[in-house]
Design a protein. Structure first.
Lengths: 75, 158
């Protein structure tokens, strides 16, 4: 996957992962992909809901030894 | 696309409740909502500067000022306050969990263009002077709140 930007939000608690994601996605162009790393267990539900509501696309997510990784395509 | 709106009436002056309000506000701002927090009564203490400010006040206003917390970090908890032990304990735990203190959540909200409003009527009632309130706060009344709330998608009273 062609990732434009990687956001390291590991160790941050709610609401910071979503706040940082919003900031990071503002810095890329439509169609580009943002990769997010977080350790906040609420992030799966949070980022799924957030991408749906804000018009972006959650391409996939995975759990890499406790680090949750997300790939979001900017809408 | 017109932006969605979130409005929060922050009536409470407890650390935990103020924290909840500001977490929701920051989350809503990240959701691209236009966010307004309308502070009234005890919630005004969240907007108070933490240092003493020299202002002209009546005796009663001075008493009120002394009895209320100067800024969010001096607030108690709504439950398990235990004469001030509770806030100390929870702040310790918050540090371990990397949770932002309320003071920083307020800064973050300002950075995200959350509109902070102080209810002018209760500002006067509790004897606050504008100089005691942090910068970047609007002073308004119920009509200004309703103008935002009437087309709000999320309206909360905390």
């Amino acid at each position: 996957m062609n990732v434009t930007k990687v956001l390291d939000a590991k160790g941050l608690a709610c609401p910071m992962p979503i706040v940082k994601t919003k900031k990071a996605i503002a810095e890329i162009e439509s169609g580009q992909v943002l990769e997010i790393h977080t350790t906040d267990k609420g992030a799966v539900k949070d980022l799924t809901a957030w991408t749906e509501s804000t018009g972006h696309e959650l391409l996939k997510h995975e759990d890499d030894n406790g680090v949750l990784k997300f790939w979001v395509k900017k809408g | 696309m017109e932006k969605k709106k979130t409005t929060i009436v922050l009536f409470s002056g407890d650390y935990d409740k103020v924290m909840a309000a500001y977490i929701i506000a920051n989350g809503a701002a990240a959701y691209d909502h236009e966010v307004t927090i309308f502070h009234t009564f005890w919630g005004l203490n969240a907007l108070r500067k933490d240092e003493p400010i020299q202002v002209n006040k009546s005796f009663l206003e001075k008493m009120f000022g002394k009895m209320m917390p100067r800024g969010p970090e001096k607030m108690g908890l709504s439950k398990m306050n235990m004469a001030g032990m509770g806030p100390k304990m929870i702040k310790d735990i918050m540090k371990k969990h990397n949770t932002m203190p309320v003071k920083d959540l307020i800064e973050m909200a300002k950075e995200q263009d959350v509109k902070l409003v102080a209810c002018q009527m209760t500002v006067d009632l509790l004897g606050f002077k504008q100089d005691e309130i942090i910068d970047g706060v609007d002073f308004a009344g119920v009509a200004a709140y309703l103008a935002d709330a009437e087309d709000g998608n999320v309206n909360l009273f905390i």
